[in-house]
Write a new protein. Structure first.
Length: 330
């Protein structure tokens, strides 16, 4: 299911409370009363567990019981209302999971252990607001209610505003989940209408201009840079694309796509093991191009005989067009 939701107004990229929501949000809203909103940490990308981000949005809290009963991931399309009532499309998060009470409590304990919860409290205090309202049962009995992979976050350019005739201008003013269909996605006739709700059609925003990802290691960044320089010597630079729709590197010709997944593990076998799932996912989406597809896992070490045997088995037993490329850190 796809939902549209309104974010609290924020000028710091929804990484922390920016202090502007209290003056800009509607009367009676949580930020208007207390000066900050839980959702203002939504895109704090350095707080992750194995690439997963845990956070809170009020709209999900209102529908939490239904989402937990449904037991299915959902997509969130994000917009905010800026000064002069301008509606800005902020981005989208796919395959979001609603957290149970047990998961929410476990996440809180991890945040406390890592010092991140204290950081949240400090950021509220720095704005001069009362910490007693943070986590108050009356407003939000839990502090975390969703989690998602950082690789599933797409952010749009700051100038992606709604156009004349866009239904979100008149119909989407409250902090709630609105059932939506994205233009050029699956036809409405094939979708099951949610009980008591109408679908709202929102525009198909162009491919991600920025993505949130967890911080790359030094080794990963170094291997990627060296591999790009190698490829530029072989292919025209306009054929070599880095970080395209979550793929580390793509080489695209008229009849072929070469997909590279970089892993900084020292063991080539571990590189292959970690890369296969990613490469197959990329290849699945790339099938629409109707081009031949090659898959390459890039690692730091040379294959030993056991590694070569493992790779050969993957190719023969599972018919994988998979190769390994050694790229040094030097």
């Amino acid at each position: 299911m796809k939902y549209l939701m309104r974010l609290y107004y924020n000028t710091d990229g929804w990484k922390n409370p920016s202090g502007v929501a209290q003056a800009k949000e509607v009367k009676g809203s949580y930020p208007r009363q207390f000066g900050f909103g839980y959702g203002e940490w939504l895109l704090r990308d350095e707080w992750d567990f194995d690439g997963w981000s845990d956070t809170f949005v009020q709209e999900v809290n209102k529908s939490r019981k239904r989402l937990l009963n449904h037991e299915q991931p959902f997509d969130l399309h994000l917009f905010s209302i800026e000064p002069k009532s301008k509606r800005r499309y902020v981005g989208a998060i796919t395959e979001v999971e609603c957290l149970s009470d047990q998961q929410a409590q476990g996440t809180l304990e991890l945040f406390q252990r890592n010092g991140w919860f204290q950081t949240m409290c400090n950021e509220i205090a720095e704005l001069g607001h009362n910490l007693g309202n943070f986590g108050h049962e009356r407003y939000a009995p839990i502090i975390f209610n969703i989690r998602f992979r950082l690789d599933n976050v797409t952010l749009y350019d700051a100038g992606e505003y709604s156009k004349l005739g866009d239904p979100i201008i008149e119909r989407c003013k409250r902090y709630q989940l609105y059932s939506v269909v994205v233009q050029r996605d699956q036809a409405l006739s094939t979708k099951r209408k949610p009980a008591g709700a109408e679908f709202i059609t929102i525009p198909k925003i162009k491919s991600a201009t920025r993505t949130i990802t967890y911080q790359r290691t030094y080794e990963h960044a170094r291997v990627e840079g060296n591999l790009l320089r190698q490829l530029w010597k072989v292919y025209s630079p306009n054929m070599v694309l880095a970080e395209r729709e979550y793929i580390d590197i793509v080489v695209e010709s008229q009849d072929c796509l070469i997909l590279y997944e970089i892993n900084s593990d020292t063991s080539p076998r571990s590189v292959l093991w970690h890369s296969i799932g990613q490469l197959l996912e990329y290849a699945c989406h790339a099938l629409a191009s109707k081009k031949a597809i090659r898959l390459i896992a890039a690692g730091r070490q040379i294959l030993c005989s056991d590694d070569e045997e493992y790779l050969s088995s993957l190719r023969s037993d599972f018919s994988l067009l998979l190769s390994y490329l050694r790229v040094s850190l030097g």
